[in-house]
Design a protein around this ligand. Sequence first.
Ligand code: GLN
Length: 350
Amino acid sequence: MAQTDLRTNIPDFATGSLAGDGPAPASREAISTGSLPGPERVKQALGDAYRRYRDLDEGKVADYIPSLARVDPSLFGLSVCSVEGLTASVGDVTHEFSIQSISKVFVFALVCQELGHLAVSRRVGVNNTGLPFNSVMAIELADGQPRNPLVNAGAITTTSLVPGSTPDAKWAFIKDGLSRFAGRPLDIDEEVYASEAATNQRNMAIARLLQSYGRLDTDPIETTDVYTKQCSLLLSTEDLAVMAATLADGGVNPVTHQKVVDPSVCRDTLAVMAASGLYEFSGDWLFEVGMPGKSGVSGGIITVAPGKGGLATFSPPLDPAGNSVRGQRAARYVAHAIGLDLFASKPIDA
Ligand code: GLN
């Protein structure tokens, strides 16, 4: 039954019976345990995955953003960062590309830090749409609820909730926050930004539709522009591995040792990634890889092993949902080779 969130005055369409109960009670014991194997084994697993999938020739580079269509499809890089800040990399790991949808994860975390668990789950939602990331029908089917922060409707809503009374102030907050996750100042790829800004009529339509449902308190076109900027932030696979490792490390960047968000915010963010990080193929991903992940249309994927570290992959050719083909295969290989799958256990007396 629809209720109204008194703080936001927005109808609450979250239907799950757990949704209104607030966060689970905190427990010091309730953390993922174990650690990564030694650096030699991690390096070996990355090298094996790289050689195994380097010549895989499946998938198509995104072309709905014109500048992404010009990328070299053979680029391939894998990078791990542990919660101790140790890194291992193979392939084109210093090549820079636009973060695209992976930004949604980190902007969600920053907003969750500001507004809290309950407000974001009510306002944005945390359930998978089962539909493409830029679906308009998903919004209609949910009476205007964006459903989750990792599809475009939910990401634009999340961006609208970023602190700041002007688009510039919101953008400054996002740029600074994502830079703290990466541990270095990030900047925009002007060409990708200009290219997407000239062709993002669909995202502007999504924002207008959200506004028509009373779901957006900010200007839809300005908010879409801030969202487009956040998607254009330029970084490398190595940067993404540090960002993923920050989510694995309870919100502390393991390289700079700077606290970016609270441990409970990391946990909430990883839960959302597990449900929807690879869009309508999130179930396949979880079944095969067993960890929260997030993909972007430029070809990046982050995979997070809570309490252990983060894996980032980059390879531009995508599957039909917009997830890197080689990245998914490599992540699955590495996850199993170094024992990262969250769902795996052994009988206690085996
Ligand atoms: N900027 C892209 C868009 O809005 C991001 C999509 C993605 O990476 N899946 O379409």
